[in-house]
Design a protein around this ligand. Sequence first.
Ligand code: MN
Length: 328
Amino acid sequence: MSNVDRIPDYTVAGGSSAVAADPVRELFAGRSVALGESTVVRRVLPNLGRRLVGAWCFIDHYGPDDIANQPGMTVPPHPHIGLQTASWLLEGEVHHRDSLGSDQVIRPGELGLMTAGRGIAHAEHSPVPHPASLHGVQLWIALPDGARHTDPAWEFHASVPVVAQDGMTATVILGEFAGAAAPARATYSPIVGADITVSGGASPLLPLEADFEYAAIATSGTVTVDGVEISPGTMLYLGCGRRDLRLSSDADARLLLLGGEPFAEQIVMWWNFVARTGAEIAAAREEWMAGTDFGVVDDADPPLPAPELPPGTLKPGGSVRRRPGTRP
Ligand code: MN
């Protein structure tokens, strides 16, 4: 998935000052962003009030969309640096191809984990033909400084652990949850991601790590999380310091639980790049536009051009010095 903002701004995030050390309940509405002609995504992270949850730095929830007579997902080749992408489908299929030569159709219950490291390019399309419904999430994970220049890599897991107990079923996407460990090898900071289904009438108690911060994102139906009702398009930020979390739902509902150790390093995000300075972002943009360093994706569509950089210079610490009269 590519950030499709036509004029993306810098997002500066990270550092312990932004983290809620104790349990909180902060409800955030996602922002609707058009992705191609038939898909609208709900971007719940970054949000004006929260930019990171552990190392999770970007959460797009899309669908369920009826794409029966439509192209569906159409994301031409585009680059990434400094992050991992986790592709997770609830319904439908997505065809991933990248500049390493990876070529994989991803289906529900399967994990595609791409490590951009120093640089990768990929394309994502609904296969032809494809199922009528498309529903999923695209998740980005910021790489810590020691790993962000690593070689690019692609990992695919056709199955991941499923834990069923207490009226809930949890599929462990990354990290460890409820005693089950996900198989992904490429994790660079303590992190967890689980896709949880709550049965109607159940009120399961989820085990959490007290030193992780967490957020819950509803993907289907309405679920009550620590007393707060959430529905698709919203994220409930939960802070740190919890050993467990109560869920309940009148009808079957589904949510994502994402968490991790608070990300201590300050990062700069722009378009599809995660770096530490504006100069690194500008260099990656130049390399992409020059056709160097990211490799080639075998795709019928031409590569996505990078948007223009925002006016002004990004200063250390995150403030942007702008020329007078330019847009914020
Ligand atoms: Mn992408």
